[in-house]
Design a protein around this ligand. Sequence first.
Ligand SMILES: *[C@@H]1O[C@H](CO)[C@@H](O)[C@H](O)[C@H]1NC(C)=O
Ligand SMILES: *[C@@H]1O[C@H](CO)[C@@H](O)[C@H](O)[C@H]1NC(C)=O
Ligand SMILES: [Zn+2]
Length: 388
Amino acid sequence: MIKFLFIALLITVLTVLVAGLRITIQDSIDLTFNPEFQLSNSQNEEKRLIQTSSSTAEWMTEEQVFGLIRNKIKFMDITDYRSLGTKYKAFKKHEFPVTPAFQDEVMPLINNLTTKYMRKNLEKFTSFRNRYYKSKYGAESSQWLYDQVVTIVKNSNYSDAILSVKQFPHRWEQKSIIARFQGSDDDKSNEVVIVAAHQDSVNMWMPSFGRAPGADDDGSGTVTILEAFRVLVEGQFRPKRSVEFHWYSAEEGGLLGSQAIASHYENLGVDVIAMLQNDMTGYVGKKYPEAFGIVVDFVDPDLTEFIRKLIKSYAQLPARNTKCGYACSDHASWRKAGYPSAFAIEGAFEDSNPYIHTSNDVLDHLSFEHMLEFSKLSVSFAVELSHI
Ligand SMILES: *[C@@H]1O[C@H](CO)[C@@H](O)[C@H](O)[C@H]1NC(C)=O
Ligand SMILES: *[C@@H]1O[C@H](CO)[C@@H](O)[C@H](O)[C@H]1NC(C)=O
Ligand SMILES: [Zn+2]
């Protein structure tokens, strides 16, 4: 009996010691290298409504959400966007072209694409400690990206009414960015074609302050569409229907930036004709021959068929079908809102970059030539879908 009491006492003492130790460790994190700890700790109390499939939603703490990222489970944070898709009014169905028809305009633009600016931009973009949407680094990288888009616009002779760029603010610090070529046809003034990527990155072990260069995810898509945008501006692109380039904030937070914008467009009644997501365009996998990965789940099948035709006409790589699951990237927000969206990725999903969401998602693992093929797709997507 005395022996039993002694063991019970020992266990109690040990438990108290361990608890004390844990508090000490947390204090030292708080004081030494995480200025945001207090903030994220207090936000733990505030749960978010999270979907990992179309039929379920669960309230989760921030720690639980980080657990999803660490386990590579894709999710949508629908807390603020529960009505996404409910106000969508059915627009007249737009048929996608049977075949690409603007080779004379597209080819010279494609010939002007270069890896030179992509490399230079991606070197700088990956030099921010991370681009996490709630960190100060994420706000700084977003401002830098905005300045690059503004510089391209300033170097052109477009009027503000025809080519514009703006920051789209959110309830967190990192802003999304929208650049717009105003369409020339007044009958199509409510219509828009969207080419997109996400600008944020994440370190799955330490989201707010860990190193996350995000070279491939999604620095690659960011510079892929920035280069497409550059040649369109230099080529005096003048679409009939408006074309926008979007760089979303907070994709890694659960498609937050794209949901905010898709929901805004849905509320305004904007008729989004087509949306193309570029998320990870730089890594050439080892399992299969080099190819575009064409995502076939949770996308618009007709638009997806059309991007296969664009690839055949304008790119030098074959296309391989792949699936990447629910809430895989920002195209999912547009699809949920009711709009046709498609997603091209660097290869088959199971053959994609294994270094993402770590400090090792760096330039050395990437091919700029591979990325350039995706710029060709973006240029042809913008031209072919905006003149018809
Ligand atoms: C801009 O300059 C180009 C020639 O570089 C010219 O063809 C075009 O008409 C100009 N556009 C405007 C809006 O002034
Ligand atoms: C290609 O780039 C050059 C400048 O580098 C420019 O003068 C030319 O107009 C561009 N061509 C097209 C089709 O945009
Ligand atoms: Zn991504």
